[in-house]
Design a protein around this ligand. Sequence first.
Ligand SMILES: Nc1ncnc2c1ncn2[C@@H]1O[C@H](COP(=O)(O)OP(=O)(O)OP(=O)(O)O)[C@@H](O)[C@H]1O
Length: 234
Amino acid sequence: MTIAIDCQNLTKTYDSDGQKVMALTGVNLAIHQAELMMLVGPSGCGKTTLISIIAGILDQDEGHCWIYGQDVNKLASRDRLKFRAQNIGFVFQAYNLLPALNAAENVAVPLIINGMKRSQAERKAVELLAQVGLAERYRSLPAQLSGGQQQRVAIARALVHEPRLIVCDEPTSALDHQNGQLIMQLLKQVALQNNRALIIVTHDARIFSFADRIAHMDDGRITDIEATVLKHPD
Ligand SMILES: Nc1ncnc2c1ncn2[C@@H]1O[C@H](COP(=O)(O)OP(=O)(O)OP(=O)(O)O)[C@@H](O)[C@H]1O
C-alpha cells in the first residue's frame, strides 16, 4: 500500500497567556492512499491541531509531515498556498463559509482560485450541491441555511476541486442520521477513488463503520490504531 500522508514525531506547543500548552507531544501517523482514517479522542487531546498541520494551515514546532511526498512545511508561503489549493480540501468545524456569497459561489471558490472561469466553476458547484442534497438551495446565502445545510455546503466546497487529500473536522456534527449517511457515502466514494486519502475527526459513533482504520488520540499523541471490523453494508 502506498503512503499518502506520513507524519513523523510532530510536536506543537501553544502559548496561551504566557502559559505553554503542549498540544502534540510526538505524533507518528501514516495514512495510505485510498484510505479513510478516522481520528477520535477526548476534547483537547490535539485532534484539530494535528489535522491543521496535516492540511498545511498550521506549522508544527518539530517533526515532519509529508503529503504525497511533499514536506509542506518546507515550501515558501506562496508555493504552500498553491499546493494546498490544488491538493487539499478542508471541512472546518465552524464551516467558515463566506457570508456574502451564496452556496454555489462559496463552493466555486476553490475552482476559481485554481484558475477556472467563474461561470464554469459555478456550474460545477451546482452539480456538487445536488450530490449533497442541496439542488434547490444553491442561491441561498449561508445565513438563510440551517446548520446542517451549511455543513453540506462546506463539504461540497472541500470536494469540488477533486483534491487528493480531504481533511474534515466533525463533518456530520450538525446532520441528522439520513444526511450523515449520505455525506459519508459520498466521502467514502471519493476517498476510494484512485490515490486519494481522507482523514476525519469525529465524535459521531454512527459513522465509525465507514472508516478503514480508527486512530485513537490522547494527551497529544496517537495511543492506538485499529482496523475497523464492522464494514458498512453499502
Ligand atoms: N490557538 C490556541 N492557543 C492556545 N491553546 C490552544 C490553541 N488551540 C488549541 N489549544 C490547546 O491545545 C490543546 C489541543 O487542542 P485541539 O483543538 O487540537 O484539541 P481537540 O482534540 O481538537 O479538541 P476538541 O475535540 O474539543 O475540538 C488544548 O489544550 C487546547 O486548549
